[in-house]
Ligand binder design. Sequence first.
Ligand SMILES: Cc1ncc(COP(=O)(O)O)c(C=O)c1O
Length: 351
Amino acid sequence: MIALSKPVIGDEEKQAVMRVLDSGMIAQGPEVAAFENEFSQYMEGHHCIAVNSGTSALHLGLLASGIECGHEVIIPSFTFAATANAVSLCGATPVFVDVDSDTFTMDPSAVEAAITKNTSAIMPVHLYGHPADMDPLTEICARNGLVLLEDAAQAHLATYKSQPVGTFGTAAFSFYPTKNMTSGEGGMIVTANDEIARKAKLLRNQGMEKRYENEIIGFNNRMTDINAAIGRVQLQKLRERTNKRQDNASFLSQNLSTVSVPVASSDVNHVYHQYTIKTENRDALSNYLTNSNIGNGVYYPIPVHQLPSFGKEIDLPNTKTVAEQALSIPVHPLLTQEELHTIVEVINAWC
Ligand SMILES: Cc1ncc(COP(=O)(O)O)c(C=O)c1O
């Protein structure tokens, strides 16, 4: 089977974990601080606050930005449920909007139309590693006094007009094992705002900066030094692995002929967390690929607004179409040339 995704864990990650275990300092400590500093170098020096998951990064990023009960947060419906869950966990209301069907990201004109007097924030998702259209989105936020929180869970090292995603507003990254880099589990809040950074640090650790002098009510969302040590090794290899993903994606796009290949807008550096094709016979193609031993996955078959957890009846036509047509195929950095050729031959033979 050609795997759809494969976390690349090697000897260096194992040695880093052993180093932490041998040190006796396992909870949040020097490795987390070093990981935050190193990640910040890719984030134009912004504050980086490591937490235990991408979901926690979204949740604390929203809370630290002042999002609370009664607020509305505009999000795309074509995303992983965590985007919407984080909004609801703050007591706020997710307002679902449509996506652009070529880039799979939030449609700025739909955002504009969804703004009400209760809107506090917009949360674009850089889905599959393709940056959302940040110029109009930042302009809408500035003009309406809204918080901008980027869900960058899938977009490490992606750029929009040469600016790294994660640096347009406050942002959340995920280090889940199948992401472009992993720490086992983990997440990172990124912000240029000193107050948001301080609040996020307090929320991460029971509301404490000084030990046992708790200032606010907070969580235990800390990252361990074991996870940070893995993340530090992965960060060093991220550029090379991203280049490999991009090479694999361009080979697939140049050679696939029977399906609609992903579009990267000319303004962006797409990092291909997923390589997602579109076809009207998606489920048939998925079965055919599985029977041909080629891993594949549907991200995401049910738009979030229609999940039982949200259960909203709204008409989002592009979201409906992409949820029916999108199929992700292998693009990960461990693919061999032979495997890439097999994927192309098998898909091109399908009709
Ligand atoms: C778009 C998106 N947002 C948020 C998350 C949540 O990240 P985590 O799984 O690390 O909590 C994910 C992870 O799958 C994601 O893909």
